[in-house]
Structure formats: C-alpha cells, structure tokens
Design a protein around this ligand. Structure first.
Ligand SMILES: Cc1cc2nc3c(=O)[nH]c(=O)nc-3n(C[C@H](O)[C@H](O)[C@H](O)COP(=O)(O)OP(=O)(O)OC[C@H]3O[C@@H](n4cnc5c(N)ncnc54)[C@H](O)[C@@H]3O)c2cc1C
Length: 456
C-alpha cells in the first residue's frame, strides 16, 4: 500500500481513541492531522470533575498493568499512575459485610464444595484459553467469526500474531452459553465483578468475545488481586496531558454537521466552515455517524445494529458519619432480576469524609426490560441507605452511552468482518470502542492497530 506522510487527516472525537490515534500517527511520521471534538474538554468517558480541590471519577476509574496503550500514552508524556489504592469489600442485600470467596469464613462452610469446584473450573478455563482458544486475546474482533485471529499479541511485546483457530467461533456465543459449553459455568462468579458491575451487561446477552478480550485471564487475575492503577487527578488527566503533548491538540467545541466524501477527498463541515481532508478517522460512536455523514446503505445498515448499555453514575455526598470507609460491591444486585439496583459504590480516598462517593447501576437488559432513569436513581439512593450511607446530596449525575457492541447473531454473521472490509473505502476509517472494547486501553490499542495496518 502506498503511504503519503503529508496526508491531511481528520480524526473525529478526542477521547482516548482519538487522542492515541493522533499519538500513533505522529509516531508513524504523520504530522498533518486535526482532531475535532464536540465537547469543551478532552477525555470523553474519562471524565474527572473537581470537588473541593480534588478530582473524582464520573467515568473511567482504573487500569491494570496490561494496559499497554495507556502506558504508551503515559510514556509519551513522561508520567505514570499515581492514584489511591483501591480497597473494597462485599455487601449482602441487607447491607451486611461478607466475603463470598473466603473458604475460612464460617458462613461459607456449606458452600465449600462449590468453592472447590470453582477453583478447579478456573484452572480449566485458564488452560482452555491457552490451548483450545489460542488467539482469543488479541485486540479487536476481525476474523473471530471465521475462526481466525490477527493483531498485536496480548503480552505487550508488540509482536504481530496471526493464525487459524476454528474454535474461536465459539466466542460469538453469549458468555453464559460459552461457559456451559466448556463446563466452566461457575467461573462467571469471578468474571461478573469486573464485567457486569462495571456496566458491560449480563452474561446471558453479551458475546464471550467481549468478555474475554477485555477480561483475558491475566487481566481478571489482576482485578481479583486488586493489582490496579488509578490516577490522583483522575483518568481524564491522562488524556489532558496527552492532548498537551500532541503536535496538534484537539480543536474543541466543534459541531460537525456534514461530512461528504467525493472527488477522492473528504469535506468536513464543522461550526459552519467546510475543510478539505484526504482521510477521515471516526472514533466518535459509529452508531451516530450516519446522522452527519453521507453514509452508504452498508454503513447505515451495519451501524444500526450497534447496541449500548445505559450505565448510570451518581456523584453523592453521604450524610455526616455515613461515609463508607472503602468501596462496596453488591454481587446479588448484579443479576438481571435486580436491574436498576446499586452494584458498586466507589470510595476513592480510604476513610476520608467529605469526598464524592460514586454509585453505579445498569438499567437495561436485552429482553427489552428498561428501568426509567428516575426510578433507577431512587432505587440506588434507597440501596445506599441500606448500606449505611444515606445520601445528603447528589452533586452530579450521568446516564452514559456505554459499551457499544453487537449481539451474538450479528457477531456470528460477520459484523466485524464486514466493517473491517470497509476500512479505507471512501478514505474513511472506523475506530473507537465498538471496534475493540469499551475500556480506555482496548479502544486505544485499536487505534495503534489501525495506524499499524493502514498508516505505515
Ligand atoms: C462510568 C464509567 C466507568 C468506566 N470505567 C472504566 C475503567 O475503570 N477503566 C477503563 O479502562 N475504562 C472505563 N470506562 C470506559 C472508558 O472510559 C471508555 O471505554 C473510553 O473512554 C472510550 O474511549 P473512546 O475515545 O473510544 O470513546 P469516548 O471516551 O466516548 O470518547 C469519544 C469522544 O468523541 C466525542 N464525540 C462524540 N460525537 C462527536 C461528534 N459528532 N463530533 C466530534 N466529537 C464527538 C465525545 O465528546 C468524546 O470526547 C468507564 C466508562 C464509564 C462511563
């Protein structure tokens, strides 16, 4: 493929995906890029507002040591993670504390056979992922539905790996079915914490590919051991710093009303002004791209299949004396029948009062059930009371457009292969969360891959 480093490239969106796209393009020698952002700030869903001089998290919170693209961004700017250690305990529905995994706790004695079985199934799944599902953990989804893998290896060595493995087709199944097929159904007890509680949906609806590409075995073990990264000034600050280090910082407050692709060029109209580019890379949600692009029937059709989660966050100030000392997980609320309930509360600064405590709830399931926003909010506030953290004031709230994905049928029928086949057509490239996964590293990894594949 012919490459021209002087090409004028428009990147839409200044979240982790768009900003790392700029960084990787720069590293590859492309200096003529412009990042257009609709908001008055960068970072997208890495959103860290301030309260009394400290930043709290409305969006992304943490990383793990295998966040290699986030590390690339930190290395590029010369800083590292420096945030508070995460501490958590588990709460029952009545608000009492327990540890569902500690075999030494007296209340777990009746559950010992199940805990032993879980341990064996964890081992079995670990082995299956290395053997039967070799290649499962490379970034991105292209080829999976056809039994292939292709991408940078998951160990951060920078090695490009490819191979055939027909078993990978199983990854299109909902994770629950995938586990049943492989006789490891109890492992869902471990994966559910960093998956469902983190807003990524329920195991009976989400294809195993998303679950396992995000929560590969190594990453899951890091969550279990609380071997996690946070940032003192919030995850948004990672992207603010990257934005400051780029040759071309993002252009903010841009309302894009039209993108036309003709005469081998791309014409982008933002804030009423039209600019000509050679190429456009979309990192903003692809689902809404047809609203402002001269989208083809294929683009419209494929992007209409994207679904997303309604993941609600409340920034709360509990009443005096009612602050949680650390974060809480409520496993019983991670079931579909408890849709709309508090799954996690995040206490950022251990033991400190007068800090913002954030709460997390999902309120939609594939079967069509959707809890109205206000109802969910009231339920969560009730749950806070049950946990002994009655809320005095909600100072910020957000229902996020979260974790865009496709369901099993579309995954199996080659949604990703069809979108990947369109890459580069009409001088257009597709990136962002849905192409990899909805976390800050996978979406940035995808940017790295896109540059590697098309902008040498
Ligand atoms: C509550 C919550 C908790 C999370 N926790 C974690 C976590 O702990 N760890 C983790 O790794 N990830 C976490 N995430 C996910 C992570 O924040 C996202 O996956 C990541 O930010 C996605 O990056 P992105 O650039 O692909 O998309 P986004 O972050 O969504 O950025 C897209 C950008 O495009 C802009 N945009 C949209 N439309 C247009 C348009 N038409 N024109 C111009 N610009 C446009 C948006 O304003 C935005 O800035 C969390 C997210 C939320 C909401």
């Amino acid at each position: 493929m012919e490459t021209n480093h002087d090409e004028k490239i428009c990147i839409i969106g200044a979240g982790p995906s768009g900003l790392t796209m700029g960084m990787y393009l720069e590293k590859a020698g492309y200096k003529n890029y412009t990042i257009l952002e609709k908001n008055d700030h960068v970072g997208g869903k890495c959103n860290s507002p301030e309260y009394k001089g400290k930043r709290y998290e409305m969006g992304a919170i943490m990383g793990v040591p295998s966040y290699y693209a986030v590390k690339d961004a930190m290395d590029f700017c010369g800083f590292t993670y420096d945030g508070p250690q995460l501490n958590r305990n588990y709460k029952r529905l009545d608000g009492s504390v327990y540890d569902p995994f500690d075999p030494k706790k007296p209340y777990n004695i009746p559950k010992l056979p199940r805990l032993m079985k879980l341990k064996n199934q964890m081992k079995k799944l670990g082995t299956l992922l290395e053997t039967k599902y070799k290649g499962y953990d490379v970034n991105g989804h292209r080829g999976v539905a056809e039994g292939r893998y292709e991408g940078f290896d998951a160990n951060g060595t920078g090695e490009w790996v490819t191979g055939e493995n027909p078993n990978l087709k199983d990854l299109a199944l909902p994770f629950k079915e995938f586990c049943e097929l492989n006789g490891v159904e109890l492992t869902q007890d471990i994966w559910i914490g960093p998956f469902t509680a983190f807003g990524y949906g329920y195991f009976d609806e989400i294809p195993a590919a998303y679950v396992l590409k995000y929560l590969d075995f190594q990453t899951t073990m890091n969550f279990v051991r609380c071997n996690l990264w946070t940032w003192k000034d919030g995850t948004q600050h990672i992207w603010e710093r990257l934005n400051d280090h780029l040759a071309h910082s993002a252009v903010l407050n841009q309302t894009i009303t039209k993108v036309e692709r003709r005469d081998n060029h791309v014409y982008v109209t933002a804030n009423g002004e039209t600019t000509e580019y050679d190429k456009v890379i979309v990192t903003a949600p692809l689902q809404f791209m047809p609203d402002y692009f001269d989208a083809s029937e294929e683009e419209k059709n494929l992007f209409s299949k994207i679904e997303y989660e309604r993941y609600d966050v409340l920034a709360c100030l509990p009443k005096k004396g009612q602050y949680p000392p650390i974060s809480y997980y409520m496993f019983d609320n991670m079931a579909v029948k408890r849709l709309g309930h508090l799954m996690v509360l995040y206490c950022r600064w251990k033991g400190e009062e007068d800090q913002v405590i954030t709460t997390y709830a999902l309120r939609k399931h594939k079967d069509g059930k959707e809890i109205p926003y206000e109802e969910c909010k009231q339920t969560v506030l009730e749950d806070m009371k049950i946990c002994g953290c009655e809320v005095d004031k909600v100072i910020n709230e957000q229902s996020w457009y979260y974790f865009p994905h496709v369901f099993s049928e579309d995954y199996k029928n080659g949604w990703y292969e069809k979108v990947e086949a369109m890459q580069g057509q009409n001088n257009t490239y597709y990136a962002g969360e849905v192409m990899g996964f909805g976390d800050m590293d996978e979406t940035s990894q995808y940017s790295k891959e896109l540059v590697y594949r098309f902008f040498k």
